[in-house]
Write a protein that binds this ligand. Structure first.
Ligand code: PRP
Ligand code: MN
Ligand code: MG
Length: 179
């Protein structure tokens, strides 16, 4: 375990089991539909690569990067597109892949945009869900694990851009972010 990590929230084995379970559900639900899997950069990258290995039907993949405008500590709910899709979503069945769903403001804006672009269907798969942080009415159909409002890093999730490469999800020691 990395020295900055106080405890593990999801082990590599638990993550793998979640990917297998969610991949199986997606295989059943999207069999024959050729969905477009949209990974939201950068947090979703590790989860997306492991998850899609468990989807046993044809899929396409693409990526989007967005950033929230932060006017102080509260998000304004507006997002700026830093990298857009290269694929048209019109009439497509879109599966948005996220590492974590918290306030929901990021996904809410992305979903509005995909609806405006006439996606046929939009569902969310997220490895982690923090329902206690929600500010907008949005739920993921496919959830790996619901977690309390603790600051987690690893497996794509960062603190100041670090720890994304950890193969597990853990709690950062308080002394690390008090520094
Ligand atoms: C994080 C996380 C989600 C989003 C969740 O991304 O990966 O995309 O925040 O928060 P919300 O539900 O409150 O909108 P971040 O903006 O930190 O970018 P990153 O993925 O590049 O770390
Ligand atoms: Mn993200
Ligand atoms: Mg981040």
């Amino acid at each position: 375990m990395h020295n900055d990590i106080g405890s593990i929230v999801l082990t590599e084995e638990q993550i793998e089991a979640a990917c297998a379970r969610l991949g199986k559900q997606l295989t059943e639900d999207y069999n024959g539909k050729l969905p477009l899997c949209v990974g939201i950069l950068k947090g979703s990258v590790l989860f997306m690569t492991d998850l899609i290995k468990h989807i046993d039907t044809h899929v396409e993949i693409d990526f989007m990067d967005v950033s929230s405008y932060h006017g102080g500590t509260e998000s304004t709910g507006e997002v700026k597109i830093l990298k857009d899709l290269g694929t048209s979503v019109e009439d497509r069945d879109v599966i948005i892949i996220e590492d974590i769903l918290e306030t929901g403001t990021t996904l809410n804006s992305i979903i509005d945009l995909l609806k405006y672009r006439k996606a046929n269907s939009i569902e969310i798969v997220t490895l982690l869900d923090k329902p206690s942080r929600r500010k907008v009415d949005i739920e993921a159909k496919y959830v790996g694990e619901k977690i309390p409002d603790d600051f987690v890093v690893g497996y794509g999730l960062d603190y100041q851009e670090k720890y994304r490469n950890l193969p597990y999800i853990g709690l950062l020691k308080e002394e690390v972010y008090m520094k």
